[in-house]
Design a protein around this ligand. Structure first.
Ligand code: NAD
Ligand code: MG
Length: 411
């Protein structure tokens, strides 16, 4: 067996650009980079950082990792930037894209850890510059897999999944390689905080209840997506694009312990699963050191304490999101874009306490029923569908609010 120290010597020390550096994934990426440097002597040079609004934290990260070029999405928070004069800071809606245009070089590793489809133009720009991509930001593929995947193939870059289920499938496929040897992919789902709740209670769950995930500690948007099972729905579409799998070869199974991160069933009946603790630093480090493995910074599984691994069928009546995603794959065109944009808008409204929890899935379904998908040729096709879906959901929410206000006045 290869010793740890000789494996360290084989790992490529990438130049890294981290998009979404202040988030849950972003901060875990920086921890992994520190761990590789301190415990394995592998120095990944961080050449760019991008964040949405936490300017002070972004500045502190730039100082700690000696980063000379940063991007901040929100102009309102510019005042909190605290960086040396020699540091270049792009600010505004196109900041991450400008960061890529300025610093990205062929062979750099761009880690897409922003939340939502806002990161899409920067990821496409990075692919066009022949950067490898480590992708946590599933919305990029859900909204625009039809242009991201051909661009990645054309640029001949490596696209490494960070999402734990997709990292698991990616690792299982290394043994099977040929995609027609695969019978189906089985994506595991924790089931979220409402796994055992009756439908009526799920519909009126509060923001605090939905943010209380049983196994994973994540940013607010993905935590709400996990509660509605929209996260699994997005992951099905993500898997469809990443592994070129049709909808009828992708399945979901509920696994409350979040230890088995996904399965691949092969045509000969053999099944491979990838397991590990529910800690994103596992798949993140694997993306950083791929194709090698080094001792990580998360706990290893304690088999003595692990008494059972359970698997249950998903209740599609209580959680219809997964079925909607499978239909989106079959419908093609901009349906993934519409699905994603409707969900992002509805989740933001739920977090803002404008709508109840059950409305999220209802609004996504209503949007898919009302807006017909169109073919995707280029980014503007995606942007137009995204905007139309967001407007539709916003209009539905304000209509509902004004009718609620009217009935309050008349009653
Ligand atoms: P988060 O909310 O904790 O962090 C999001 C990051 O994106 C923050 O740094 C924020 O500042 C940044 N951001 C938002 N808008 C931006 C903009 N316009 N420009 C630049 N930066 C911007 O979210 P998270 O939990 O870290 O999730 C990030 C992505 O990774 C999501 O797509 C999520 O689905 C995916 N993911 C997360 C986990 C997890 O465990 N957290 C697991 C798998 C996949
Ligand atoms: Mg996941």
């Amino acid at each position: 067996m290869t010793q740890d120290h000789s494996t360290s010597a084989k790992v490529t020390p990438h130049r890294v650009i981290l998009l979404g550096s202040t988030g849950s994934i972003g901060t875990n990426v920086l921890q992994c980079i520190e761990h590789l440097r301190d415990d394995h002597g592998i120095t990944m040079e961080v050449v760019g950082l991008a964040a949405g609004s936490r300017a002070a934290e972004l500045s502190q990260q730039a100082r700690a990792f000696n980063v000379n070029t940063i991007a901040l999405g929100s102009t309102d928070n510019r005042i909190d930037l605290d960086i040396p004069q020699t540091t270049t800071a792009f600010v505004g809606i196109d900041a991450a894209h400008q960061l890529i245009d300025t610093v990205a070089q062929p062979g750099d590793l761009v880690i897409a850890a922003m939340v939502g489809s806002a990161g899409l133009p920067a990821v496409i720009a990075a692919i066009d510059r022949k950067c490898d991509i480590a992708l946590a930001n599933k919305e990029t593929l859900v909204a625009a897999g039809a242009i991201v995947m051909p661009a990645a193939r054309h640029a001949n870059i490596t696209l490494l999944p960070i999402d734990s289920e997709h990292s698991a499938i990616f690792q299982c496929l290394l043994a099977g390689r040929c995609i027609d040897e695969v019978r189906r992919l089985v994506i595991t789902a924790s089931g979220g905080p409402f796994r055992t709740w009756p439908a009526q209670r799920v519909r009126s769950a509060t923001v605090a209840e939905a943010l209380n995930h049983p196994t994973w500690n994540m940013g607010p948007k993905i935590t709400i997506d996990s509660a509605s099972l929209m996260n699994k729905a997005l992951e099905i579409i993500e898997a469809h694009w990443l592994f070129d799998m049709p909808a009828d070869k992708i399945d979901v199974i509920v696994h409350p312990q979040s230890i088995v991160h996904s399965f691949v069933e092969f045509v000969d009946g053999s099944v491979m699963a990838q397991m590990g603790p529910p800690d994103m630093r596992g798949p993140i480090q694997y993306a950083l050191t791929y194709p090698h493995r080094l001792k990580g910074c998360s706990q290893t599984l304690n088999w003595g304490q692990l008494s059972e691994l359970n698997f249950e069928q998903l209740d599609h009546d209580r959680f219809p999101a997964v079925q909607l995603a499978l239909e989106c794959i079959k419908a093609g065109g901009t349906s993934g874009t519409i699905f994603n944009a409707a969900n992002e808008t509805a989740v933001a409204a739920f977090l803002d306490e404008q709508i109840r929890f059950g409305r999220i899935t209802e609004l996504v379904e209503a949007t898919l029923d009302s807006i017909a998908p169109t073919p995707v040729q280029s980014l503007p096709d995606i942007m137009a569908a995204d905007e139309t879906a967001r407007e539709f959901v916003t209009h539905q929410i304000s209509r509902q609010q004004s009718s609620a206000a009217t009935s309050a006045v008349t009653s």
